[in-house]
Design a protein around this ligand. Structure first.
Ligand code: MRU
Length: 339
């Protein structure tokens, strides 16, 4: 298989490597991945994360295994096992569905490899298109608030919501970003801050609970977030805390945009009530861990509620920025969100 290089995932010299996003930004450690068990652990521990990237990492592993003369039956089981890792982001299901089709073909090894390569390259192009559409919504001097990490680390390209911000900064040169730290796993504080610094985009890191007072003070012009799954009616799931922002934006009359490729749209999910929300380990809320070690501040057995995502209803969304263009409420109500 040809070499494929992204910020946090690479297939090079026949070796699949994953950048450990749990240890960023203070340690840059790459893990080699040769089997399903390792990839499952990388996904479950969020060392590889972000809706598009999980699907691509799993796909490249299947392609690697196909190249190692793995039987059809074993590949089919591997696809099932990887798909079962995280239930909310639909990109993983989308990629695994494509690979299942490839596996049915006569020359399945070549088909599986071609499909994985195509998914990877398509993601780069989708990011570019979303960024081009979304950047047109940004004005010179805008203060943009974002949540979680939706940049190059989460995709094969420049990202979804963060790709829009990057493109807008390239165009205007005077954009400023408010970065929600994104408890409990701190994807904003660890990863978005790291990426914006690398891209030299001015930003200010805030705790999630500071967004309301910033909005009240008129210091947020627009909000751009990513999505893990968009339902047919336009509702979407994204990192927990996104819904808080949508409600606040509505109250303060601030435009609220969701940015995602069409591969994040799940026409089989009618509305948010049908989206399965991943529940995670309470330890993530009782304390925090990473390259700096571990800290536990709550009582060891504190009862914890820890959904990884929440859902935002379509009625709170100003615009859906997809690779095919920007859609408003009326278009979504008219059923124009289609794959
Ligand atoms: O749990 P994570 O870190 O995988 O969650 C990521 C998000 O919620 C992102 O906003 C979403 O996947 C879009 S990434 C381009």
């Amino acid at each position: 298989m040809q070499d494929l290089i992204a910020s946090s995932l690479k297939f090079q010299n026949n070796t699949l490597m994953v950048l450990d996003q749990y240890l960023l930004p203070h340690q840059q450690v790459w893990h080699e991945c040769r089997d399903v068990k390792t990839m499952r652990e990388l996904i479950l521990s969020l060392k590889i994360r972000g809706a598009p990237l999980i699907g691509l990492g799993a796909s490249l592993l299947i392609a690697y295994l196909a190249e190692q003369d793995t039987t059809k039956a074993v590949l089919a089981q591997a696809i099932d096992d990887l798909e079962a890792t995280r239930p909310t982001a639909v990109n993983l299901m989308h990629c695994m569905a494509k690979l299942r089709v490839a596996l049915q073909q006569q020359d399945y090894v070549a088909e599986v490899i071609n499909t994985a390569v195509k998914l990877f390259n398509e993601d780069i192009a989708l990011c570019e298109k979303m960024a081009t559409h979304g950047a047109k919504l940004v004005n010179s001097g805008d203060n943009i608030l974002t949540h979680c990490n939706t940049g190059a680390l989460a995709t094969a390209g420049i990202g979804t919501a963060l790709g829009v911000i990057y493109k807008a900064q390239q165009r205007h040169g005077d954009i400023h970003v408010w970065v929600d730290e994104t408890r409990p796993l701190l994807q904003g504080g660890r990863l978005t801050a790291f990426e914006l610094e690398r891209w030299q985009v001015p930003y200010t890191l805030i705790c999630d609970n500071m967004a309301a007072s910033l909005m009240a003070a008129g210091k947020v012009d627009k909000i751009f977030v990513g999505a893990d799954r968009i339902a047919a009616n336009g509702d979407f799931a994204n990192k927990v805390g996104t819904y808080n922002l949508a409600v606040l934006a509505h109250f303060h009359n601030i435009p609220f945009y969701v940015v995602a490729p069409l591969t994040t749209l799940d026409v089989n999910t009618a509305c948010s009530a049908d989206i399965e929300i991943e529940q995670r380990n309470g330890a993530e809320v009782r304390g925090v861990s990473g390259s700096f070690g571990e800290a536990l501040w709550a009582p060891t057995n504190a009862n914890v509620y820890n959904p990884a995502f929440d859902v935002t209803p379509a009625k709170l969304i100003t615009g859906w920025v997809l690779d095919t263009g920007v859609y408003d409420q009326q278009q979504v109500l008219a059923g124009e969100l289609k794959r």
